[in-house]
Design a protein around this ligand. Structure first.
Ligand code: TYM
Length: 382
């Protein structure tokens, strides 16, 4: 069996997602659950990331839907550890979260873990983390959340309200648990040992059930939350997990900022950079020569441009199938597949940039003055 590792700190090797479900003890999102979503969304098909099994695993999504049907409601929570240069993979959970908020009209909490960034990246000072947080928040706002139902907060600021919650969570989590779950050892700084408790806190912002969209690497935190939630008087959190948007170099890994600029598309990449990166680095499932490709066809399963279209950039099922079939039949060439992707990515980033330019104006609303944000700053916890 191939070796792979998935933790919040490290993803390496060819990830086997079915094995990961077993390892983590989560549940596959099956056809029945998808149909239930369709029903609850008034007959609308679920977002294509859910439809195409990119969000593939969950914890208690069925219970969230039960609560919704019974009128008890639920709320959403997701987050981001600030650092320079968000890439398109970081938007995956944000886009899913936005879709869920739009469909279910629920509150959403977005935790900006400037504390985690500072404790984890020793080369960053608090000032740099603060700048990265500001920059990332603009990208997050640009995704298009409801400003009255969304609270975006930085841990270093909101900790003054959350501190009692933190104490209640932290005294239930032992050193041996975080060592076992996160691989911490005696040389890990004590701030990082405390941090997992902080990432559980937003699940306690309401007495309703919490649903967390994220990639599967964040699940270890939810395992800890699920051990402590009921004794604290709250629900075990629910989650839906995505696979990883792969890097340009191949379909089995995780796009990550630390792997270097040529492996990822950054939200700041201009049209030329996108074109160059995709043409130069995107792993292709095409054949060595045009003649061979025309004769034998390409392999979309290992073709990064095709996979990115499937995951994020081509929501139209019919069009996607056309691309798939033409590629397999050798009618569509590697260069043509890349050209389709380049146009889509550049269109996506142009829209994102436009939305980002307007985001600064609504930052206050998301963080302090919007309906939910304002109530959160007035709120105290026991
Ligand atoms: P961070 O900042 O590393 O990542 C933010 C979110 O992006 C997801 N992600 C990806 N998704 C798909 N494909 C990829 N290649 C990819 N790379 C990253 C991550 O799973 C994450 O959902 N500790 C967290 C911050 C956090 C958080 C949360 C995240 C705090 N509370 C609640 C999710 C939900 C972190 O370091 O995320």
């Amino acid at each position: 069996m191939d070796k792979f590792t998935v933790t919040p700190w490290e993803v390496s090797g060819a990830v086997d997602y079915d094995r990961l479900i077993k390892q983590f003890g989560t549940t596959k999102i099956d056809g029945k659950l998808r149909e239930r979503m369709i029903r609850l969304c008034g007959g609308d098909e679920p977002h294509h990331m859910l439809r195409r099994d990119f969000f593939f695993s969950h914890r208690d999504l069925n219970l969230v839907l039960d609560d919704y049907e019974k009128g008890k409601g639920f709320f959403l929570y997701t987050g981001r550890k600030p650092s320079k240069g968000m890439h398109i993979g970081h938007l995956v959970p944000m886009i899913m979260t936005r879709w869920l908020q739009e469909k279910f009209k629920v509150n959403l909490y977005i935790e900006i873990t400037d504390d985690e960034g500072f404790l984890h990246k020793k080369e960053y000072g608090l000032k740099q983390i603060g700048e990265a947080a500001h920059d990332n928040i603009l990208d997050i706002i640009a995704v298009g959340f409801d400003p009255e139902r969304t609270f975006i907060f930085k841990d270093t600021e909101y900790i003054r309200n959350m501190y009692p919650l933190l104490l209640n969570a932290a005294r239930r989590i032992t050193g041996s648990t975080v060592k076992a779950v996160f691989g911490f050892d005696d040389s890990t700084n004590i701030g990082l040992n405390m941090y997992p408790a902080i990432q559980t806190l937003p699940t306690f912002f309401e007495k309703k059930r919490c649903l967390i969209p994220c990639a599967i690497d964040q699940d270890p935190y939810w395992r800890i939350q699920r051990d402590i939630a009921e004794p604290m008087g709250y629900h075990k959190t629910a989650a839906i997990h995505s696979r990883f948007l792969p890097p340009l170099q191949g379909v089995t890994g995780k796009m990550s900022s630390s792997a270097g600029g040529e492996t990822a598309i950054l939200l700041t990449d201009d049209e030329k950079a996108v074109k160059k990166k995709i043409n130069k680095y995107a792993f292709s499932g095409g054949r060595a020569t045009v003649e061979e490709h025309r004769k034998l066809g390409g392999n979309p399963e290992v073709d990064v441009p095709y996979q990115w279209l499937k995951i994020l950039f081509e929501p139209d099922d019919k069009r996607l199938k056309g691309i798939h079939d033409d590629y397999k039949a050798g009618k569509l060439l590697t260069g043509e597949m890349k050209a389709i992707l380049i146009e889509k990515v550049n269109g996506f980033l142009a829209e994102h940039r436009q939305a980002r330019e307007k985001a600064e104006k609504s930052m206050e609303r998301f963080m302090r003055t919007g309906k939910l944000a304002k109530s959160m700053w007035e709120k105290t916890y026991e």
